[in-house]
Ligand binder design. Structure first.
Ligand code: 13P
Length: 251
């Protein structure tokens, strides 16, 4: 059985003070969520603070992006080994905001996936279609292309060491969630695509849903057979909301 994973993506939000308060609230409430793996992906500059506060707790932490390079003259970049140096377990790869605003290509995302694994991080690979693509009926082609690029570059077994997050772009930060049926349909497609390469990987790999997941819709989404947790943006910035989403994943 796949252990549910709920990961928060704080994106570019917070301050030292607000993060300290949020983490206090999360640590206080997380005790009841025993069967779920829980993680928080912090802005890079707040990872050291996050590590200090979460060390020894049940909550893991991670980054939101990583360089494809191991070290050297790459101003502004952060290497995968730097993330592990601060205890990161996860890193988000290929988030739609990076694909859209930082022109990240499928090929670059695949290289980032590989660099993360080489450093021992667990990459959370984001895939998902825009509203325009959904309306054109090409959701499956888009998701397949994004996934296949990583499988081709890294190999299916390496992909199996990560996590996939299906995040329909039109549902991110919009309050417009995919219905459980819409999400399940794409999750099942992703699992089928993985199965065409390896049945073992398809059965073991966790596929998270992301896009306006909140305490109200989390249980229904998580009840779908191919939804193994969530990647949570806005609702991860409030302790009570994030804890409620974690509780909804508790099986
Ligand atoms: P929201 O939960 O704010 O829609 O963000 C989802 C997301 O992009 C997580 O990576």
């Amino acid at each position: 059985m796949r252990q549910p994973l709920v990961a928060g993506n704080w994106k570019m939000n917070g301050s030292r003070a607000s993060i300290a308060e949020l983490l206090d609230g999360l640590k206080a409430g997380i005790g009841n969520v025993r069967t779920v793996e829980v993680a928080l992906c912090a802005p890079a500059i707040y990872i050291p603070d996050t590590q200090v506060q979460l060390d020894g707790s049940a909550i893991k932490w991670g980054g939101q992006d990583v360089s494809v390079h191991a070290a050297g003259a790459y101003t502004g970049e952060i290497a995968a080994a730097m993330l592990t140096d601060f205890g990161c377990h996860f890193v988000i790869i290929g988030h739609s905001e990076r694909r859209a605003y930082h022109s990240e290509s499928d090929a670059l995302v695949a290289e980032k996936f590989a660099a993360s694994r080489e450093a021992g991080l667990v990459p959370i690979l984001c895939v998902g279609e825009t509203l325009e693509e959904r309306e054109q009926g090409v959701t499956e082609q888009v998701v397949a292309r994004q996934l296949d690029a990583v499988i081709a570059h890294c190999g299916i077994d390496t992909v199996g060491e990560g996590v996939v997050a299906y995040e329909p772009v039109w549902a991110i930060g919009t309050g417009k969630t995919a219905t459980p049926e819409q999400a399940q349909e794409v999750h099942a497609f992703i699992r089928g695509r993985l199965a065409a390469n390896s049945q073992t990987v398809a059965e073991g790999l966790r596929i998270l849903y992301g896009g306006s997941m909140n305490p109200k819709n989390a249980a229904e989404l998580m009840a779908q057979p191919d939804i193994d947790g969530g990647l949570i943006g806005g609702a991860s910035l409030k302790a009570a909301d994030f804890l409620a989403v974690c509780a909804a994943a508790n099986r």
